[in-house]
Design a protein around this ligand. Structure first.
Ligand code: DX5
Ligand code: ZN
Length: 226
């Protein structure tokens, strides 16, 4: 059975009340705070950086999962580690030296993740499985919340899940983009164990109700209980 970790993307939260939103969503059953960092260079949008991460850190003990959509990458890693990040992931296309960047994240005391865009081939995983704590598959093109889930991600998820099994390592498999209560079951069945959801949670009137429905769907599709 999959553990069904829900990572709430605060990209869709009310930015004027971010601390309160983080407390509310974690209190409503989310397991992780997903923190989308965009630089208007690697992706065509601009969000927040380490100072905002540090400001949110006292508001929760839940892990903060920093998704870097920035180029270059390395400069920001120590800053996010100091700001209280627990997980840092980045896109291989944005780093000149992927192996070095992965090592740097762990040296800074964080879990390290690689993010694969919808068109990024899986061979970027070939020589780095021992450096990874997490693989994040994008199910939309990065840059914006509220997009639709790209269906071929399900096939990619199954293939990556198989590669993780073969590696014998405890690597989380996270999916990001267009995750809703009505498709999370199929996503879980394809092998994901960590689910980023932004608009599906923050766009709903009752966060706890959506998160509960998501966890029930995952349990039903993976043979467990919510
Ligand atoms: C997109 C971000 C996602 C986004 C997900 O670039 O990485 O984390 O916030 O938003 P939803 O769940 O609305 O697709
Ligand atoms: Zn993200």
């Amino acid at each position: 059975m999959n553990p069904a970790r829900i990572a709430a993307s605060i990209l869709s939260a009310d930015f004027a009340r971010l601390g309160e939103e983080v407390r509310h969503v974690i209190g409503s059953g989310a397991d992780i705070v997903h923190f989308d960092v965009m630089d208007n260079h690697y992706v065509p949008n601009l969000t927040f950086g380490p100072m905002v991460c540090a400001a949110l850190r006292p508001h929760t003990t839940a892990p903060i999962d920093v998704h870097l959509m920035v180029k270059p990458v390395d400069r920001l890693i120590p800053d996010f580690a100091k700001a209280g990040a627990n997980i840092i992931s980045f896109h291989p296309e944005a780093s000149e030296h992927v192996d070095r960047t992965l090592a740097l994240i762990r040296e800074c005391g964080c879990k390290a993740g690689l993010v694969l865009n919808p068109a990024t081939p899986l061979n970027v995983l070939d020589h780095v499985m021992d450096r990874l704590d997490l693989i994040l598959l994008m199910s939309v093109n990065p840059g914006f919340g509220g997009q639709s889930f790209i269906p071929h991600t399900l096939h990619k998820l199954r293939t990556v899940k198989q590669r993780i099994r073969e590696s014998g390592r405890d690597i989380w498999l996270e999916v990001d983009g267009g995750v809703k209560a009505d498709n999370i079951g199929a996503i879980a069945a394809a092998g994901a164990d960590t689910f980023v959801a932004g608009s599906a949670i923050f766009g709903a009137p009752d966060y706890a109700d959506v998160i509960r429905r998501m966890k029930t769907e995952v349990a039903q599709h993976t043979g467990g209980t919510a």
